[in-house]
Write a protein that binds this ligand. Structure first.
Ligand SMILES: [Zn+2]
Ligand SMILES: [Zn+2]
Length: 695
């Protein structure tokens, strides 16, 4: 750094060129811009008075940043104005002789350095929201393209344009979070290209930095009363305030002589109102900690859109994050709140149905022309009622991604749903906020946590039930209460007898005896009588047996059937009450070869479950029937008490899944109510879409 002092050609005072890259130094005495032209100095114009801003920086500060950023010295300040706002850009010299800009926007900070300009379209062709491919530099989204006036400066500057020059520039946002500026200067070609990364104020290592809340304290000394109604205005962000909408009378205040800026003490009434245009639910000026960050509520904007002949209103609160100094938003609609913060346009991939940010897809929910219907509080830009922007909301509940598109710029914000109780607690509201109506745009389904628990519990209990079922099948003392095999003793009449000889059952059917002689006079009646007698003769009555406990009864029938069948009718008779349970089973297995393919059907084994058999003594009455002449040689009947049945398991599982299933229906209903408010279907198609071009 070579200190060089010289004489101001305008006033003779001392001007200094301390930084090698500087082309201009502003004379501290006469405010002339003194340009260095070879060995000569030339006054190229006078700068206007600097507008006070709440920038944390000052000319002369030294930065000793943490790793990643080189140390630098703040050599100059350029004050630019768009007619809607004024801001500072700080010219910095690095210790190695190179230089850059420390830029501020919406409360964020970027350190930008000049790089070789790429091939770019003409300024007039730039459209905010579109993407520019800058070759090796990557692709960038165009955030804004506009003109700004070189209003004032102090210290040194790296260019020699005269004060009052109009610069055209475009701000770009890269996919990796970087920011770039295309500087078109005042001519047709590109004058410069700057690329940088956001820097955190606290990591810059500037010893003299004063926190935002402390910086504003000194300006608070500017006691301000509304020039219309006399109300005392308690300003939170006075140094940055360009417009005040009086919270008492609604009048819009600003500086009359300069459209864009002015200290609050000089504010006059720009637009007179007799009453506030709307009543915000949250108190302006309130401070509170929400989701870990301390905020001050600066202002509220009421917005409106009309759809199908009806007007819809919502409110957007402007918040100042007191630590990072960034501006955030708290949007309120029907009592539902969403906390949103600005995100770089370059990190959003915008599509007709979804927008992708940081790997998450958000579905398009609404797109509308949003009209500023009313404003209240302090604003860092020249807000006024009547302006419109195109607002598009994309959702991934509980998160939301919003795009706001104006003619010259595009802005993205992203954030999450915040329940009203949390808002009320954060800002220590004395009255609870009105209960929200309907389903909020990005309101999470309220049972998602419990639903998760229900499902997990249901699955765990179902697995437990399955284990218990199989263990019970293996381990419970299901008792065989009856097991008997019956042999075919008379194939012609298909009469069976208990295997192993004499028993009362065998006695029963051996008594059944003779076939009645057919009567030639009435052959049909005679045959029926013969069949009835035969049927009676086949009936088997079991020995009494006992069931020890109330349980179900598994009844098994088995027979060595092969291309034949035996059907057994069962009557289970209670000895105590005479109650009868009747059912039947069939054993039938058929197989063969058909066209070279072997086939089989039916089964030799059949089982039936008889539910709820009380303990007691029972008798079984069996009536077997089989195909004449083709009866199997025997059949076997087995009764088992207390067999776990799979239907019990299924009932248990259905019961366990009942609540989770109801929750699924609840969720569908919730999403249905949410999307009923949308301009789009859940698939992203427009509803009642009118494709007419309204350009
Ligand atoms: Zn001078
Ligand atoms: Zn007022």
């Amino acid at each position: 750094m070579s200190a060089r002092a010289a004489q101001c050609p305008n006033c003779g005072g001392e001007v200094r060129f301390l930084t090698g890259a500087s082309l201009v130094s502003i004379c501290p005495q006469c405010k002339s811009a003194i340009a260095r032209k070879g060995a000569n100095l030339e006054a190229i114009g006078k700068v206007a008075e600097l507008v006070p801003t709440s920038s944390p920086f000052k000319v002369g500060m030294d930065a000793r940043p943490q790793k990643g950023t080189r140390p630098f010295h703040i050599a100059g300040r350029l004050q630019l104005s768009t007619g809607e706002g004024t801001w500072d850009e700080w010219y910095v010299g690095f210790t190695d002789g190179t230089w850059g800009w420390l830029a501020e926007a919406q409360g964020g900070f970027w350190l930008m350095t000049p790089v070789k300009p790429p091939q770019v379209p003409a300024y007039e062709q730039l459209q905010p929201g579109e993407t520019l491919d800058l070759g090796a530099y990557g692709s960038f989204a165009i955030v804004e393209a506009r003109e700004a006036t070189y209003a004032s400066a102090e210290g040194e500057l790296p260019f020699a344009a005269p004060p009052g020059s109009v610069f055209r520039y475009a701000d770009l946002s890269g996919a990796d979070g970087s920011l770039a500026t295309l500087d078109y200067g005042d001519g047709p070609g590109l004058d410069g290209f700057y690329v940088g990364k956001p820097v955190a104020l606290a990591s810059l290592g500037i010893a003299e930095l004063v926190a935002w809340s402390d910086r504003t304290v000194s300006v608070k000394a500017l006691a301000l009363n509304c020039p219309n109604c006399g109300g005392a205005l308690q300003l939170k962000n006075p140094a940055n305030t360009v417009r005040i909408a009086c919270p008492f009378c609604g009048s819009l205040l600003g500086s009359a002589d300069r459209t864009d800026q002015g200290p609050p003490s000089k504010f006059t009434v720009l637009e007179k109102l007799a009453a506030v245009p709307f009543k915000p639910a949250l108190p302006l000026g309130a401070e509170g900690t929400l989701r870990g960050d301390k905020y001050a509520i600066l202002g509220a904007v009421q917005k409106a859109t009309s759809s199908g002949g009806e007007d819809y209103f919502w409110t957007e609160y402007l918040l100042k994050d007191e630590k990072s100094e960034a501006y955030h938003w708290l949007a309120e609609s029907n009592g539902h709140y969403t906390l949103l913060e600005p995100v770089p346009a370059g990190e959003v991939t915008d599509g007709p149905r979804v927008a992708v940010f940081h790997g998450n897809s958000y579905r398009v929910f609404s797109r509308s022309q949003a009209l500023v219907a009313g404003v209240l509080g302090e604003f860092y830009w020249a807000v006024k009622a009547g302006e419109t922007t195109e607002a598009t909301d994309y959702i991934k509940p509980p998160r939301m991604l919003s795009k706001e598109k104006a003619k010259k710029e595009i802005a993205w914000t992203e954030g999450a749903y915040v329940p009203p109780e949390e808002i009320a607690a954060a800002f220590a509201l004395k009255k609870p906020l009105p209960p929200p109506e309907g389903v909020g745009t990005c309101q999470p389904w309220p049972h998602s946590q419990t639903s998760h628990l229900w499902w997990r519990t249901a699955w765990l209990l179902s697995v437990a039930a399955i284990v218990v079922y199989f263990l019970a099948k293996l381990l419970t003392p299901h008792a065989v209460v009856y097991d008997q095999t019956f042999d075919l003793t008379d194939p012609q009449r298909a009469i069976y007898s208990v295997r192993g000889g004499a028993s009362s059952t065998s006695a029963d059917w051996t008594q059944g005896g003779a076939t009645p002689a057919p009567s030639p006079a009435n052959p049909t009646a005679a045959r029926e009588a013969a069949e009835a007698a035969l049927s009676a003769s086949r009936v088997l009555i079991s020995e009494p047996f006992e069931t020890k406990r109330g349980a179900n009864l598994a009844v098994d029938l088995w027979a060595p059937t092969n291309n034949t069948w035996v059907q057994v009718e069962f009557d289970l008779i209670s000895e105590a009450t005479g109650d009868v349970r009747s059912f039947d089973l069939i054993s039938d297995r058929y197989s063969g070869v058909d066209g070279g393919e072997s086939w089989s059907e039916g089964s030799q084994n059949r089982r039936i479950f008889v539910p709820r058999i009380p303990p007691g003594r029972w008798i079984l009455r069996l009536d077997p029937e089989s195909e004449a002449g083709k009866a199997p040689p025997s059949f076997r009947v087995r009764l088992t008490s207390g067999v776990p049945h799979v239907s019990h398991l299924i009932l248990v599982i259905l019961f366990l899944l009942l609540v989770p299933t109801l929750l699924v229906f609840s969720r569908f209903a919730f999403e249905g109510r949410r999307w009923a408010e949308s301009d789009f279907t859940t698939a992203g198609a427009g509803r009642e879409s009118d494709d007419s071009d309204d350009k």
